[in-house]
Design a protein around this ligand. Sequence first.
Ligand code: NAG
Ligand code: NAG
Length: 662
Amino acid sequence: MAVGVILLGLLYLFAPSLGLDPTSYEYFTSDGISSGLSADQPYFTLNGKNITIYSGAMHYFRVPRAYWKDRLQKLRAAGLNTVETYIAWNLHEPENGVFDFGEGGSEMEDFLHLEELLTTAKEEDLFVILRSGPYICAEYNFGGFPSWLLREERMGFRTTEETYMKYVTRYFNTLLPILAKYQFTKGGPIIAFQVENEYGNQEYQTFLPQKEYLEELHQLFVQNSIVELLVTSDSPLSHQDKGTLPGVFLQTANLGASPEKQFEKLLELQPNRPLMVMEFWIGWFDFWGNDHATRDANTMKGIYERILTYPASVNIYMFHGGTNFGFTNGASLGNTLFDNSGFEPITTSYDYDSPLTESGDYTDKYFNIRELLIQHSPVKTYTPDVPNLNPKIAYPVISIEKEILLSNLIQYDAPYVIESENVVAMEKLDINGNSGQSYGYIVYRKENVDLAANTVLKIGGHICDTAVVSVNGVRVSPSLETKNDLDGFGFWRLADSTLVLTTDEKKGATVDILVENWGRINGGKITQYNQTFKGLWQGDVYLNDNRVSGWKIIPLEFKKSWTNNLEAWSSKTSSLGPALYYASLEISDEPSDTYIDMRSWTKGLVVVNGIPLGKYAKIGPQQALYLPAPFLKKGYNSIIVFEHYKSADQLSFTTGQIWKTA
Ligand SMILES: *[C@@H]1O[C@H](CO)[C@@H](O)[C@H](O)[C@H]1NC(C)=O
Ligand SMILES: *[C@@H]1O[C@H](CO)[C@@H](O)[C@H](O)[C@H]1NC(C)=O
């Protein structure tokens, strides 16, 4: 370490003779630090020197921790001087009052070492912009809100409502002191914080963005010794300054096209202040059932150049999208208010058609950006060489060895069985320190029921979000083969949906309704947020119009400790889900990145060495799951597939994402 520092120092001393430009930190801080990022004039200054912020977005919670350094090196080598990330409240406070900033014991703990991220960014010569919410959108589960907030009687998300602000205050009073140490003027990398996110978008008939709410957030930053620049972001053309506090926060713009129009509006709203695009959309996210969204690299290059030459500072959204590992994807609700009928889940891949692919490979956009920045950057700092890529391997095909049918899973491996008179939402279960169930599946089981021939099951309201129904352990509800099946029974679109359970009489039967949470909404109208429960909760369940009561409820959260210790395995005899299927991947050398090709499977979840990798669905567009090397080990690796409908006999691997076109 010390040797490295001395060597770096020597390199810098001799830099002119070696023809090396200074690093960003050398350029901006070699004479000591007296001031942070200033927006008090028509251009930004950092420590008194002019700066144009060339930033790229990368969300630490979408990239394995072992790869943060690699991705940040690639970001710096593109000529960027800043990395931007959101902070996900739902990960850092997974249970009410229980925080995790790495090693906190939560399921996602390895992603949560925020301080390591900040230290690594500085080591890689990058400044940092933090968008700390509390609401972040980000196409992330519940826009970053913890689902246990839904347990409160009254919850006025993104308003001054007391219960909401009580929890925001406790979270910020925990988070911000950690971040305060890493501010630029304290010798750290953080040059700016964004307050809230696209709050101006909340302007609609029944709701006006509350300035008082923004002021309360502002006070929390001040009280926690945050001294760096505070900004907000949305479209100034669409929402003027409704989502900001003029004079308190610097307003920035989010856009995918027409930068000049947005800049003119910004200058009108904030004369004599610098311009910044906080989100320059160079790609887009995907919904299950749609085509993969892409944006042309040359079009992007043209607009990026117009932003650079205006001139304005700009954050590329996303520079590296990454993956919605496990259960972390968000969803959209369309225009429907509360009933879930317009639900649209975001895919596991958050590739975003970014300059760096989901697995960190370069695309044309990467080289376009690098070329433009080398050409336009007014300050010449040292741009490292483009790093080598990590190898990708398509491991040999492996066979499914073992299975656990859902009925056996419930009988032998149920983590809890909760008796309940009525069906309830997963968030309302008194588990996880009374924080409820946030993620995964919930089984509603009715035992010992006499079913007459042609008994009709009716589920009141909408299913949140998918349901697979079995009678005596045999699935009787339809599969998800094409996206048109989403209009039928077992999915969220139908209200009061019905299914014939049996054509002949069955006495003393067991009916299982397996309900999947396919991701909570990440945006939309805030009046929708406090209604986004998962499971069956919108109405009662009926058999031939008789209300059913006396349920057993079994949450399936796929926590590591549970998945790694399942006991009911037996050799594979069927391919009819719902069932868990086990295969073992033997790796003799150091593991490499790979993708699991799920095209011959139907719909479900893959878990590797206890880590929920993500959801798959053959309706696409995504057909493969990125499996990063850090999730694998030398020797035997356990791969478990939870298939809802129909399994394959094998798992095969590939070296890149496969996009299906509709
Ligand atoms: C900083 O930028 C402004 C606007 O382009 C320019 O007028 C000023 O001279 C620059 N200052 C320095 C020290 O380069
Ligand atoms: C849900 O949020 C809306 C809008 O903030 C509010 O009017 C309503 O009272 C909230 N409902 C509950 C149960 O908190």
